[in-house]
Design a protein around this ligand. Structure first.
Ligand SMILES: NC(=O)c1ccc[n+]([C@@H]2O[C@H](COP(=O)([O-])OP(=O)(O)OC[C@H]3O[C@@H](n4cnc5c(N)ncnc54)[C@H](OP(=O)(O)O)[C@@H]3O)[C@@H](O)[C@H]2O)c1
Length: 347
């Protein structure tokens, strides 16, 4: 196991001095860096699945000053705009939940967008946050960035220990660079930047688009439409045998706020439920919730993705945090949300 680095400012590091006096003033111990209800907090990507859940969690916990700009107000690909935003709003804490996200199909169609946009967004936000005196930044990595054949359950130490899953390598390489950028700023500048590695997320507000969605919202949409159209069968990509873990996004948000308060290390930290099921089992659950009575078929000619992906979340559990929402309850809630918002969903 690699040694961990705590985030004490290092006054002896003269190689690259902190850029502004403001940064110097804000430097201190991890304890001084605790977010509180009066802190100015930026949630980047606050209109997305994870970002909106983090913003909701912060509101529930009584945080008064949460900045949640939409993309039309702040394009994170535009470095000057990002710098201006940090200068004008002086956030002290940043949750970086903005990214170009999508499933196997989207990754295979837009490799350049997945690699370039994710690199640009995280480079712009992480460097600008550091230069404008942000006290702590939380970066959302992903379980997709671990090696394809990492031993299971996947421990944080597996990062960069083997080849990536080719179907999402573009996204994975960018996100690995983001996690490493956080680690490098911590090592070089003593800056407090942490990386969470969430497993597959789902919940209200997910992306149900036909071409851009992940497997769980895609299945919700397909069973719903199959029922509405009276279709005899639904065909699912792959063999249905691959194993996946799913975390309700409200649980992810609760873990993110918890770790912003309590976790101070360069080591990424996994966030999952510890429970897995096959895609075929997931499909059966969603079929039942949707009330669809037709058949399920599997198209073996289509890619499966990584054969098994279960995170070892024992590092997080050792802090006392636990997920609260069982998968069946979360699926019912998400299906109801999809039905209610279908016309408005980002389809
Ligand atoms: N979903 C999962 O299963 C999962 C699992 C593990 C980790 N994660 C990580 O969690 C993070 C968030 O994922 P998510 O599922 O919440 O994705 P999402 O729903 O697609 O949300 C991403 C957000 O980023 C915003 N964004 C993208 N490009 C932007 C730009 N140039 N300027 C400003 N905003 C921009 C999007 O804005 P628009 O709404 O305008 O597009 C959206 O609000 C990502 O880092 C992802 O890697 C997700």
């Amino acid at each position: 196991m690699r040694s961990t680095q705590s985030f004490l400012a290092n006054p002896r590091d003269t190689r690259t001095p902190p850029p502004t006096a403001d940064v110097m003033r804000k430097a201190g111990t991890a304890e001084e860096h605790s977010m509180n209800v009066d802190s100015q907090i930026l949630v980047a990507g606050a209109r997305g699945l994870a970002g909106s859940a983090i913003a909701r969690q912060l509101a529930r916990d009584g945080y008064q000053h949460v900045l949640a700009p939409a993309r039309r107000d702040l394009d994170l690909l535009d470095r000057s705009a990002v710098d201006r935003y940090f200068k004008d709003h002086s956030p002290a804490y940043v949750f970086l939940a903005a990214a170009k996200v999508g499933g196997i199909h989207a990754n295979s169609q837009h490799p350049a967008d997945f690699l370039y946009q994710n690199l640009a967004i995280q480079n712009n936000v992480i460097d600008s946050a550091y230069r404008h005196g942000v006290r702590k930044l939380l970066f959302l990595g992903s379980s997709c960035i671990y090696p394809r054949l990492a031993s299971q359950p996947i421990r944080e130490e597996s990062l960069l220990s083997g080849s990536l899953e080719p179907t999402n390598q573009w996204y994975a390489i960018a996100k690995i660079a983001g996690a490493k950028l956080c680690e490098s700023y911590a090592l070089q500048y003593g800056w407090n930047a942490i990386t969470l590695m969430p497993t597959n997320l789902y919940g209200p507000g997910d992306n149900f688009s036909e071409t851009q969605s992940h497997v769980l919202p895609a299945l919700i949409r397909r069973f719903h439409e199959a029922k509405q159209r009276g279709m005899e069968s639904v065909t699912i990509w792959g063999t249905g045998t691959v194993l996946r873990e799913f975390l309700h996004v409200d649980d992810l948000a609760s873990a993110a706020v918890f770790l912003m308060l309590h976790y101070h290390s360069t080591e990424p930290i996994n966030v999952g439920t510890g429970e897995e099921l096959s895609i075929a089992e997931l499909a059966e659950s969603i079929k039942a919730i949707a009330g669809y009575t037709g058949r399920i078929g599997f198209d073996h000619s289509r890619p499966d993705g990584t054969p098994r992906k279960l995170l070892d979340s024992s590092r997080l559990r050792a802090f006392g945090w636990r997920p609260r929402i069982p998968l069946t309850d979360g699926l019912r809630e998400t299906y109801a949300w999809f039905e209610e918002h279908h016309a408005l969903a980002r389809a």
